[in-house]
Design a protein around this ligand. Structure first.
Ligand code: FES
Length: 501
């Protein structure tokens, strides 16, 4: 007897068993989804995108949604019942994907270019007029591979099972579709002459159709770290005429071309002073250097900065507590999109621990002094194990910074400018990062650098690929856990500072 169907919600991956025939509106309401017109099919505020399963198109959807939205799988949740297993993405839970509008110098060229930052979770792409550098259209999306595994390790597992064929097919098809959408959005008449893609080593290998096996076993080095070039026909992309599609080179281990692009975006390779670039994620990337020498490393920070493995953690999407402040001894929480909190994201976690330290609810060693948990807002609380996860993450990053600066004969305090790349770096409170001992520099020397990967990819559209290859060769990759000091420094860096400084 069929008693129910499986429902999976993205982003976040929550799953539940739902009785057959249950209205989707009732089910989603329990997850905090709002139905602005009361579920009458008049507002499209309840849009969901089918990732798997089937929701047949109804008359209200034909009225309210465009043909492109319907083809992409968008439906009105309030018009459907559970008639089979379903995986959907909720528009109300959309994660802000960081774009880039920063200016830079370039030599004009003919035609159009597309810059793509291919992240494990999100993808950002921009169509650029190469004559004047203007961004003509922007497209962002959740990486379609997410349905086969949320994080980098599960993508590797998945790729090892079938040789990466399905992940490769998914991502090539998605990027081709995004390029097509960019051209439609801009009403472009000129041809695309160049596409530059950057991403981490795993995304590089999967997109390029390379085996990820070398990334899964010691010494975890990419098989073909170099820049790879494709034609539109090879990828099945709808681009007429000659177009060069390049995935920029990896730097080694788990440090990909997104970091190479970040180096160029921040100008680190031309700096006289010692400069650092940090990308805080499950795989934290650290770069330290100047015009004379550049070192890079990846460090397994764990997923705490992305809100994962945190009891009530979630990604930085609608409903996440993203900021916590201690005001007159009381915790004040900000929720993305307002409304009831659904969980705690990475920036909220860093803030919550910083506030807990100030209020003496958390000891410098990491012990929580309130039991059983530190209440934040609504039903959301910080658990003792969450504090431990953050200690592991911040210890790994701080140790990476110590080891790399030491190899350059310096210390983390000698860094004159520290660029925080990516979405998390953009939203994290620099003061809280200092309070928990993740960063020790004065605030004036810590700058959120935005989407440096996308910015760098855009610059690469105008530049000689050989110069990028040469820079990639210049950057020295350090395998942190082979450094005899790494374990000791990691353990030393785990406690929090006793006082704000
Ligand atoms: S709630 Fe308005 S269309 Fe569904």
């Amino acid at each position: 007897m069929n008693t129910g169907h499986k429902l999976k919600l993205q982003p976040g991956g929550r799953q539940q068993e739902v009785p057959a025939g249950a209205p989707l509106q009732d089910v989603l309401f329990t997850h905090g989804v709002e139905f602005p017109c009361g579920g009458r099919g008049r507002c499209k505020g309840c849009r969901v995108k089918m990732l798997s399963g089937d929701l047949p198109v109804g008359p209200e959807e034909i009225n309210l949604l465009t043909a492109a939205e319907l083809t992409d799988g968008w439906r009105l949740a309030c018009r459907h019942q559970m008639a089979g297993d379903l995986e959907i993405e909720l528009a109300q839970w959309e994660m802000p994907v960081l774009g880039d509008q920063s200016a830079f110098n370039f030599i004009p060229r003919a035609g159009l270019g597309v810059a793509i930052d291919l992240g494990t979770t999100t993808i950002a792409a921009q169509l650029v007029d190469l004559k004047n550098g203007n961004v003509l259209a922007v497209s962002t999306a959740l990486n379609a591979q997410a349905r086969l595994g949320a994080d980098i390790m599960s993508r590797i597992d998945c790729a090892l099972r079938d040789g990466g064929t399905e992940l490769c097919r998914l991502v090539r098809a998605q990027l081709g579709q995004m390029v097509k959408q960019l051209l439609e959005q801009a009403g472009a008449t000129e041809p695309v002459v160049r596409v530059v893609i950057v991403g981490n080593s795993v995304m590089h290998h999967i997109f390029c159709g390379l085996s990820v096996a070398p990334l899964a076993t010691h010494p975890f080095e990419p098989e073909h770290p170099g820049r790879l070039q494709f034609t539109a026909a090879q990828l099945g992309w709808p681009l007429p005429g000659p177009v060069s599609i390049e995935f920029l080179p990896c730097l080694g281990g788990f440090v990909g071309s997104d970091v190479l692009a970040g180096i160029v975006a921040t100008g680190l390779q031309e700096s006289r002073d010692l400069v650092a670039l940090l990308d805080l994620g499950t795989n934290g990337e650290v770069v330290v250097g100047n015009r004379d020498r550049i070192l890079c490393a990846s460090t397994a920070a764990g997923p705490a900065f992305e809100g994962a493995r945190i009891a009530m953690g979630m990604r930085a999407a609608t409903g996440a507590i993203c900021a916590v402040e201690a005001r007159a001894g009381v915790l004040d929480c900000r929720v993305i999109g307002g409304g009831e909190p659904r969980g705690l994201c990475g920036s909220g976690l860093v803030d919550a621990v910083a506030a807990g330290l100030d209020l003496k609810m958390i000891e410098p060693g990491g012990r929580m002094m309130v039991s059983p948990a530190m209440s934040l807002a609504g039903s959301i609380a910080l658990m003792p194990a969450d504090v431990r996860e953050l200690q592991l993450a911040k210890g790994a990053i701080a140790a990476g910074l110590c080891i790399l600066t030491a190899r350059l004969g310096a210390s983390p305090e000698d860094v004159q400018m520290l660029h925080l790349a990516g979405a998390f770096g953009n939203y994290i409170s620099r003061a809280s990062a200092r309070r928990i001992g993740l960063l020790r520099l004065p605030l004036s020397r810590i700058v959120p650098a935005g989407n440096t990967a996308l910015h760098g990819a855009k610059r690469a559209l105008f530049e000689d690929p050989a110069a990028w290859d040469a820079l990639a060769q210049r950057v020295e990759h350090v395998t942190l856990n082979e450094d005899p000091r790494f374990h000791d420094v990691y353990v030393e860096e785990m406690p929090f500072p006793a006082h704000a400084f």
